[in-house]
Design a protein around this ligand. Structure first.
Ligand code: SF4
Length: 429
C-alpha cells in the first residue's frame, strides 16, 4: 500500500484542511506514515503569517529536496499560505515540488490526482468525518478567506475573499462527525462574524449555532476567530442562551492604542473593544477570553505600548497570544511603514506582556482550586489524561480507566497559568 505523510504548520484552519486532505488521501488507498523517508506522497500545509513560520516552511522544503534525491518516486504537494496566485516563481525556486495549490482550491488537487491515478473524492473533501486517530474534538471550517485587509496581514491575499459554506452542508458534516464519535466541534473562519453574508437569505453565525445546537449527540460547540468590529449582540445572545455553545471567546485586540489600531486598519478603538468585552461579560457571566496582541508594530512608541499593557491589566484575559510584528511582503504595512522598532525592543515588549499575563492567569486559574469542572477527555500524554473545560482550560488527571471521549467531572487540586491538574470525581454522561 502506498504511504503518505502530511506536515502542517500554522492556524487551526490549516489543521482542519490537513484533516480533510488526509481523509481523502486515505480514501484513495494511502496509509499514513510519520516519516518523509517512508512516504510515496508528502503534503506540506504551509503558513507565512510570520517570518519564523516561513523560515520553517523553507527549511522543510529544503529537507524534502534531499529526500527526493534519494527516493525519486516521491511526490510532493504544497498548499497553505505560501502558495500565492502566481506559482511560477515558486516552481522555479523549488523544482522538486510536483503540485502547488492555493489553500482550499481542492479542484487543482483533484485534477492533479486524476492525472497521477490518485482517485480523490470531492465528497470526502466536503464532508470528511474524522478519519485517522479517533478524537472527540473536530474542526469544521465554515468560512474561507477574509475581506478585512488588516494592514499587517497576508491572509486575504493568499486565501482570497470570504466564501461561506451553506448551513445545510455544515450540519451534514457535523452530524457525520457525531456519528463517528465526535462530541465537540470548533467552527473555523478567519472572521466567523462574517459568516453567511454571501449566502442566500444571509444567515449569520447565530443562526448556524441555533441549528447546530439541535444536533443530537453533540455536546459542545466552539468557534474562532471573532472580529471585534463585526461581533453582534445577536451572537452574544445566542452564546448566552444555547446550552451547547461554550463560554469561551477568542477576540483579538492586537493593540491597546488607538493610533496603532488605526494604522493596523482594525476598524475599532480600544474604548469600543472595552465596551464590547463589558457587554459580553454582562450577558455571559464567567466567560473566558483569549486575545492576540502584536508588539512592535511600525512606529509603536513606549507610551503606545503602555496603552496595550494597561488594556491587558484592565481586561484580565484568560489567555494572551503575543507576537512580535513581522513585515510581510505584499501587505499594506510592508509597503507603507518602515519596520522601525528594533528586535531587542520587540523582545522586551513581548517579555513584559508575557510576564504580566502569566501573573494574571496565575490569579484567575488559582480561583479554580478545589472546584469541580466538566472536562471532555481528548487523549493521554505521558500517562495522564487531558482535556478541556467548557471555558477552554487545559486539565490533566491520572486514572487507570479509559476516558477517551467521555465528559467527566474533575476536582482541581493544582493550578498554573497554563493548565490545571485534578482528580477524577465522576463521569458526567
Ligand atoms: S481579520 Fe485581519 S488579521 Fe484576521 S485574517 Fe482578516 S486581515 Fe488577517
Amino acid at each position: 500500500m502506498p504511504r503518505y505523510s502530511i506536515w502542517t504548520i500554522g492556524c487551526q484552519m490549516n489543521k482542519a484542511e490537513s484533516q480533510r486532505i488526509a481523509a481523502c488521501v486515505e480514501c484513495a488507498g494511502y496509509q499514513p506514515t510519520a516519516s518523509f523517508y517512508d512516504a510515496d506522497l508528502v503534503i506540506l500545509n504551509t503558513c507565512v503569517v510570520r517570518q519564523s513560520a516561513e523560515d520553517k516552511v523553507l527549511g522543510t522544503l529544503g529537507l524534502l529536496k534531499g529526500v527526493k534525491n534519494r527516493h525519486s518516486h516521491l511526490q510532493i504537494v504544497v498548499t497553505g499560505c505560501l502558495v500565492d496566485s502566481d506559482t511560477e516563481e515558486l516552481k522555479g525556486q523549488f523544482p522538486h515540488v510536483d503540485l502547488w495549490f492555493k489553500p482550499g482550491n481542492y479542484a487543482e488537487l483533484i485534477a492533479w490526482g486524476q492525472r497521477q491515478g490518485i482517485p480523490i473524492e470531492q465528497s470526502v473533501l466536503r464532508c470528511p468525518g474524522n478519519h485517522g486517530a479517533p478524537s472527540p474534538c473536530a474542526f469544521v471550517p465554515i468560512i474561507q478567506g477574509c475581506d478585512n485587509f488588516c494592514s499587517y496581514c497576508i491572509v486575504p491575499y493568499r486565501r482570497g475573499r470570504e466564501i461561506s459554506r451553506p448551513i445545510e452542508e455544515v450540519i451534514c458534516e457535523v452530524e457525520e462527525l457525531v456519528r463517528r464519535g465526535v462530541k465537540e466541534v470548533t467552527l473555523l473562519g478567519q472572521n466567523v462574524d462574517s459568516y453567511g453574508h454571501d449566502l442566500p437569505g444571509q444567515p449569520d453565525l447565530a443562526d448556524l449555532l441555533n441549528a447546530l445546537n439541535g444536533v443530537d449527540g453533540l455536546a459542545r460547540i466552539r468557534f474562532v476567530t471573532n472580529h471585534p468590529k463585526d461581533m453582534k449582540l445577536k451572537l452574544i445572545d445566542a452564546m448566552s442562551s444555547l446550552d451547547k455553545v461554550c463560554e469561551h471567546l477568542e477576540l483579538p485586540v492586537q493593540s491597546g492604542d488607538n493610533a496603532i489600531l488605526n494604522a493596523m486598519r482594525r476598524g475599532y478603538t480600544s474604548e469600543q473593544y472595552r465596551q464590547l468585552v463589558q457587554t459580553v461579560r454582562s450577558r455571559i457571566p464567567g466567560i473566558s477570553l483569549s486575545t492576540d496582541i502584536i508588539v512592535g508594530f511600525p512606529g509603536e512608541t513606549d507610551a503606545q505600548f503602555e496603552h496595550t499593557l494597561s488594556l491587558v491589566r484592565e481586561i484580565r484575559f484568560d489567555v494572551v497570544h503575543a507576537a512580535a510584528y513581522s513585515p510581510r511582503p505584499g501587505t499594506t504595512a510592508f509597503r507603507e511603514f518602515r519596520d522601525d522598532v528594533c528586535a531587542s525592543v520587540k523582545r522586551e515588549r513581548l517579555t513584559k506582556i508575557e510576564e504580566l499575563q502569566a501573573a494574571i492567569a496565575t490569579e484567575i486559574n488559582s480561583q479554580l482550586r478545589d472546584k469541580e469542572v466538566e472536562v471532555l477527555v481528548e487523549g493521554k500524554k505521558k500517562g495522564k489524561w487531558f482535556g478541556r473545560t467548557r471555558s477552554n482550560k487545559l486539565v490533566f488527571f491520572e486514572d487507570d480507566g479509559n476516558w477517551l471521549g467521555k465528559l467527566v467531572i474533575v476536582r482541581i487540586v493544582k493550578t498554573s497559568p497554563w493548565s490545571l491538574t485534578g482528580e477524577l470525581n465522576k463521569v458526567s454522561n
